[in-house]
Write a protein that binds this ligand. Structure first.
Ligand SMILES: Nc1ncnc2c1ncn2[C@@H]1O[C@H](COP(=O)(O)OP(=O)(O)O)[C@@H](O)[C@H]1O
Ligand SMILES: [Mg+2]
Length: 232
């Protein structure tokens, strides 16, 4: 069974005094456990909208969307929230760390909702995760004093600390120089593989996209598989 499966997913939004805008147009996509997927597309092609739907932050206007074989529209909003919290980790272009909080506090945050021993051990679990992304020596550093690459590594530790089955990254290298960006993708790839998480990276960088086993392109809201990859 696929982790997620989209069939004919469409997203339209109403705009005052204009025709409705179609952002996603009949998207078919299946993602298996531990699959490494990239999606490229120009600015405005619908990449973030697709990622937000996959992350249960936004809902399709039409089409089928199953997670673990269950149609998402059948889940209650609290079941959706639980699924998002437990199974999905997000990494954004602008890192989205809590300012004024240390690296450790940022990575602890998702564990505040954990139960039992994971809650009580949250600080050591978060410290271990920061160790894994190479920041074991910067636990007490606030985002303001960290470089862009270091901030993105904190964000990756935060996304991974609950061992999600799906990691969604929206332009994770967009604010980084080429070398730092490549190191961030190395890290995402290795932590995802070690955890057995599926990884979806949205990017407009062809070099980043080329590293994924399954590659797709979005163009004006239409998704196509790139020939010669596992997607096609
Ligand atoms: N809620 C919305 N209302 C109106 N237009 C939107 C909304 N969300 C996205 N759009 C438009 O849809 C298009 C695709 O957006 P987005 O998914 O953010 O693209 P990308 O991430 O590929 O740049 C853009 O033209 C954007 O302005
Ligand atoms: Mg975007």
């Amino acid at each position: 069974m696929s982790l997620v499966r989209l069939r004919g997913v469409t997203k339209t939004v109403r705009i005052p005094d204009a025709e409705p805008l179609t952002i996603l147009d009949g998207v078919d996509l299946e993602i298996a456990e531990a699959e490494w997927v990239s999606v490229v597309g120009r600015s405005g092609s619908g990449k973030s909208t697709l990622l937000n739907i996959l992350g249960l932050l936004d809902a399709p206007s039409a089409g089928e969307f199953d997670v673990d074989g269950v149609p998402v529209h059948r889940l209650s909003s609290s079941a959706r929230d639980r699924k998002r919290g437990a199974d999905i980790g997000f990494v954004f272009q602008q890192f989205n760390l809590l300012a004024g909080r240390t690296a450790l506090e940022n990575v602890v945050t998702p564990l505040l909702y954990a139960s039992g021993s994971r809650f009580w051990r949250r600080r050591s679990i978060a410290a271990e995760m920061l160790e894994r992304v190479g920041l074991g020596h910067r636990l007490g550093a606030r985002p303001e004093v960290l470089s862009g690459g270091e901030q993105q590594r904190v964000a990756i530790a935060r996304a991974l600390v609950r061992a999600p089955r799906l990691i969604l990254a929206d332009e994770p290298t967009g604010a980084l120089d080429v070398e730092t960006g490549a190191a961030v993708i190395d890290l995402l790839e290795s932590v995802a593989a070690k955890n057995g998480s599926a990884l979806v990276v949205i990017t407009h960088d062809p070099a980043v996209a080329a590293r994924a086993g399954s590659r797709y392109r979005l163009d004006g809201g239409r998704l196509s598989a790139v020939a010669g990859t596992a997607a096609a």
